[in-house]
Design a protein around this ligand. Structure first.
Ligand code: SAH
Length: 477
């Protein structure tokens, strides 16, 4: 290790910043966030810095060039002028006076460096590559940003409040560590993240009372897994996928996403192919409640978004009625994923002022929708579950006055390496699909916006030799 990483308390301490440009501003902001009293020396300031000076009474600006006396009685110094010689002079003086000094872009003159910071106070993560590459440090920081949820600050504050009581409750360090492991990866933490601080306190009290035995109630995470491409998962989805004890999933969740769930989680497949429901909806609802009541962290993973044609509402209805804690994580719904990956904007100033998502599910040979409304011009209509009913959809739209030239796209297994777009018109799409039947799931997009695809299409699939060109990734429609 070239440098010693430490976190310095500069609250109310005088710190010197020399320079009035954007780098001085960035460094000064970190000092202010840590509560330092900053003395700023520079004959001129960039506007953002001038605004700060006007707004912050703890910040004193000396409108002149650096003088040696500026270093008297300061706790640390930052030289960020645009003159290398001045910076070097400040560094030499500071070192002689044993004042830690940082010089912008002159690593050889620094006695300390300022790391890239992820601030979830009181949790702070600092990343440094020494002086090798600040850009790399910033990239690493960006990656870590996604791993440290915004609520970790609040969680740490809660830990601080309970620290002494936990110490009293568990004498052995090993027991304490186990206790905190469970609290920080379980219901208490999740309640903090979802903003229920009172419930988090209550759960913490229950955990303390249980004295190391798991409390009886688990939790259900109803998580949208997006349309197929694992890159489209949310940070929150990924975090919950990696801490669940049990995962309950169905056909629409892509295999590469299932593979990202914690390895030792129990996997329960509940099917749901068309007309071949492996488990009835009521049974799934009851299963989720039972598993949570047994104390498990249950991940209910759904394709797309759980609240769009996903029956997510019904599942949590049962949980709410039975007093089981739950949280819902949105996912990218098929319409968004397929449209973007097919280069079809769902709205457009010129030809689509609205977009409607409907289900094209066929029941007894008909589809119960408001056809006169769906036949109106200047809109986009997206049909979920519409492949089997495609003929009926086309016939109804034509019958209600839509032109046979109206563009249609049928997106097969959107966002995956199996994505294929069948483009045509209301007049031609049925024949096209009959010639070369698509592999479900498929989404149907009707509207002038489909024409924009010729210009805007960007995603193309590369057949994966491992998977085989015809292996469906997302079977079932
Ligand atoms: N909750 C899901 C939708 C479930 S309904 C969501 O928000 O996306 C199932 C229908 O979604 C399928 O019949 C199909 O029309 C559509 N669908 C889901 N994933 C898809 C994909 N990757 N490509 C095309 N259509 C998809």
């Amino acid at each position: 290790m070239d440098l010693l990483p430490i976190f310095l308390d500069v609250k109310n301490e005088p710190c010197l910043v020399v320079g009035g440009g954007p780098i001085a501003l960035r460094k000064l902001e970190n000092l202010r966030r840590a509560g330092a009293r900053v003395r700023l020396v520079s004959p001129a300031l960039v506007p953002d810095l001038a605004r700060l000076v006007a707004a912050d009474a703890t910040l004193t600006w000396f409108e002149r060039r650096f003088q040696d006396e500026d270093l008297l009685d300061v706790r640390l110094a930052i030289a960020a002028t645009d003159d290398r010689r001045v910076n070097r002079h400040i560094a030499a003086l500071a070192k002689a006076a044993k004042v830690p000094v940082n010089v912008a872009d002159q690593p050889e003159d620094c006695s300390f460096i300022m790391p890239s910071v992820i601030d979830r106070s009181p949790v702070v993560v600092a990343v440094s590559t020494g002086t090798a590459s600040p850009v790399l440090a910033r990239m690493i920081r960006a990656r870590l940003e996604s791993l440290v949820p915004a609520g970790y600050g609040r969680l740490a504050t809660l830990c601080a409040r309970y620290r002494d009581r936990v110490k009293e409750r568990f004498e052995r360090q090993r027991d304490r560590r186990r206790f905190w492991d469970r609290v920080l990866q379980g219901g208490v933490a999740e309640r903090v993240f979802s903003g229920h601080l009172d419930e988090a306190d209550a759960a913490m009290e229950r955990e303390l009372a249980a004295g190391g035995n798991p409390t009886d109630m688990g939790e259900v995470y109803l998580v949208g897994a997006g349309p197929g491409d694992p890159d489209l998962l949310t940070f929150r989805a990924l975090r919950l996928m990696q801490q669940a004890d049990v995962v309950v999933y169905d056909r629409l969740v892509a295999k590469p996403i299932i593979d990202m769930v914690r390895r030792d989680a129990e996997h329960i497949y509940v099917g749901k192919e068309r007309n071949k429901h492996t488990m009835r909806q009521e049974e799934i609802n009851a299963l989720l409640a039972r598993l949570a009541k047994e104390g498990h962290r249950v991940l209910r993973l759904k394709g797309g978004d759980p609240f769009i044609f996903g029956r997510g509402g019904e599942e949590i209805d049962t949980l709410a009625a039975e007093g089981v804690p739950f949280q819902v994580v949105p996912g990218i719904t098929a319409a968004n994923g397929c449209a973007c990956y097919a280069g079809i904007p769902l709205t457009h100033r010129d030809c689509a002022q609205s977009v409607t998502f409907v289900t094209g599910h066929l029941k007894d040979g008909t589809i119960n929708l408001n056809w006169p409304q769906l036949a109106q011009p200047n809109q986009t209509v997206v049909f979920y579950m519409g492949l089997v009913g495609l003929r009926v959809i086309v016939a109804q739209l034509l019958e209600h006055g839509v032109s046979p030239d109206m563009p249609v796209a049928l997106v097969q297994q959107g966002t995956t390496h199996m994505q294929k777009v069948y483009a045509g018109t209301l007049g031609s799409i049925v024949a096209r699909v009959e010639q070369d039947p698509p592999v479900p799931p498929t989404l149907i997009i009707v509207g002038e916006v489909v024409n924009l695809r010729d210009k805007l299409s960007w995603f193309s699939t590369i057949p994966d030799p491992e998977q085989g060109a015809t292996t469906p990734l997302l079977p079932g429609d």
